[in-house]
Write a protein that binds this ligand. Structure first.
Ligand SMILES: Nc1ncnc2c1ncn2[C@@H]1O[C@H](COP(=O)(O)OP(=O)(O)OP(=O)(O)O)[C@@H](O)[C@H]1O
Length: 306
């Protein structure tokens, strides 16, 4: 099956000489929730703006739902709905009117418009005929999602949809994203909330400095981490961590807990425990902590920066 989005050797050099994308390639498989992550300035907005037709690429190709963004711009554009980072719309239209106008821009015939249905799904039906300026920030965000959906695109791209949004609304938005996904929509999202990407995304690409530094299924990405953490409770109070343990980092929590970070390609947990016993300490309790997406993200993006 053809990918939902196919990006090959994508390049963008801005007129001031800034090379924001340095030959980026990846696919977004159909039907997934795909996370596009990267630190500030990595090139995420540039990439999304190229897909949206707002920025011209300087090299490479991109296909959306099989349509080349140059050769078949109209169809490529109809295949995505983009929810922008910033909230901007005309304060004098009601949510219902805003959706109808957007549908008009996409030439959706009146009989096929679903404005009320979309407002209902986004729990905005009470506000359908209120002035947009009377909506709360969270309602405005939901209306932006609604606008991106009027032409019923198979792909929805959300650019930092939950930046500055409170936890309750964030959860509402994610539950709606999950509903869309369950109904077959391919979802691409950029986010700074790594924990959310970890929970929500089937697959994650990380870009840093205009280059793809990771692109894998979320569980594989998490499993690839080499750093692990062993938390050991010992049988007596310590003033300082015992010397000579083979771990990369040894920290203390209270007087009896050691937090040991080690590289599992170099050492096993068993070897580390033996080394602790060899110092004469008794081990009372042991637990481990897996690396999370944040560890991996920092590792990949800082390594390159260094
Ligand atoms: N119009 C422009 N002219 C020149 N440089 C630009 C322009 N837009 C973006 N850049 C630069 O290109 C690089 C990538 O920016 P981009 O906005 O794509 O990053 P981003 O990953 O979306 O970051 P953020 O998460 O902060 O939005 C940055 O160094 C940015 O300063």
């Amino acid at each position: 099956m053809q990918p939902a989005i196919e990006i090959r050797d994508l390049e963008k050099t801005y007129s001031d000489g800034k090379r924001a994308l340095k030959g980026v390639s990846f696919d977004v498989p159909r039907g997934q929730i795909f996370g596009l992550l990267g630190p500030n300035g990595a090139g995420k907005s540039t990439l999304i703006n190229i897909l949206a037709g707002l920025v011209n690429k300087t090299g490479g190709t991109a296909r959306i739902w099989g349509f080349d963004i140059d050769a078949d711009r109209r169809n490529a554009k109809r295949a995505i709905g983009i929810v922008p980072q910033e909230i901007l719309f005309d304060a004098f239209f009601t949510p219902f009117e805003a959706l109808e106008i957007q549908a008009g821009l996409y030439a959706v015939p009146k009989a096929e418009r679903r404005s009320m249905e979309i407002l209902r799904a986004l729990r905005l039906e009470d506000k359908a005929h209120a002035y947009a300026r009377t909506l709360s920030g969270g309602m405005k965000r939901r209306l932006l999602i609604g606008k991106a959906l009027v032409h019923n695109p198979p792909i929805l791209i959300l650019d930092e949809p939950t930046a500055g949004v409170d936890i309750e609304l964030r959860q509402q938005l994610w539950s709606y994203v999950r509903q869309l996904h369950a109904a077959g929509t391919t979802v691409v999202l950029t986010t700074h909330y790594l924990e959310e990407a970890e929970q929500l995304c089937d697959r994650i690409a990380i870009i840093n400095n205009g280059e793809v530094v990771a692109n894998d299924e979320t569980h594989a990405l998490l499993a690839s981490a080499q750093e692990k953490c062993l938390i050991v409770t010992v049988d007596r109070d310590l003033d300082s961590p015992p010397a000579g343990l083979p771990a990369e980092k040894v920290e203390m929590k209270g007087t009896r807990q050691l937090i040991l970070t080690y590289n599992r390609s170099v050492l096993t947990a068993g070897e580390l425990l033996q080394a602790i016993s060899a110092t004469g300490l008794g081990v009372v309790d042991v637990s481990t902590r897996e690396a999370d997406l944040e560890d991996i993200f920092l590792h990949l993006t800082q390594q390159r920066a260094a």
